[in-house]
Design a protein around this ligand. Structure first.
Ligand SMILES: [Zn+2]
Length: 177
């Protein structure tokens, strides 16, 4: 039995009209941070970045970029996608995904401290339970994908992009009250 692949895989084509309205807007706590490039992952110096999702704190452990985007939105793929990978004390994983309409920014992310808050847009977020998009494709990942695409101000290396997966868990959409 392949325990890693059970039917809630990522990425998916986000069908915005099928998303179920729900509470649960993530709280983001991001600060200017230096990042060190390790392969295709940008590793933060320090633990001053975290999110709170459904009352659980997840700390940023790395961020990386995909070109083109892994998630689609209503059938549309974007130039790129940023993933901020966060983990809770009990081993849970949450990923903040931001769709990128342009990925040719000029700031050298490995040389200049940056604030993730400069990239995350306002507006609605889509949430669903999915998986890592790289081996071992572990499930149980809390996905938070922002609806509005942004232009990335930073130069970044790409981790490639996994193909779309069949839709699994329920898709929810959350906005500020
Ligand atoms: Zn990723």
């Amino acid at each position: 039995m392949n325990g890693a692949v059970q039917g809630n895989q990522s990425p998916i084509d986000i069908d915005s009209r099928a998303a179920v309205p729900a509470a649960g807007m993530p709280e983001l706590h991001f600060e200017p941070t230096a990042y060190r490039l390790d392969g295709t992952h940008y590793m933060p110096a320090g633990d001053q970045n975290w999110i709170i999702l459904d009352g659980v704190t997840y700390r940023l452990v790395q961020m990386h970029f995909h070109r083109p985007s892994e998630h689609y939105l209503d059938g549309r793929q974007f130039a790129g996608e940023m993933h901020a990978v966060c983990q809770s004390d009990d081993g849970g994983t949450a990923v903040v995904g931001v769709l990128l309409s342009r990925t040719d920014g000029v700031i050298d992310l490995a040389a200049t401290p940056v604030n993730l808050a400069a990239v995350v847009p306002d507006g609605r977020v889509f949430r669903y339970d999915g998986s890592l998009t790289t081996p071992p494709f572990t499930e149980g990942v809390k996905w938070v994908v922002y609806e509005a695409p942004v232009e990335l101000p930073w130069a970044c290396v790409s981790a490639g992009a996994r193909a779309l997966q069949p839709k699994g868990a329920t898709l929810a959409v959350t906005s500020r009250p």
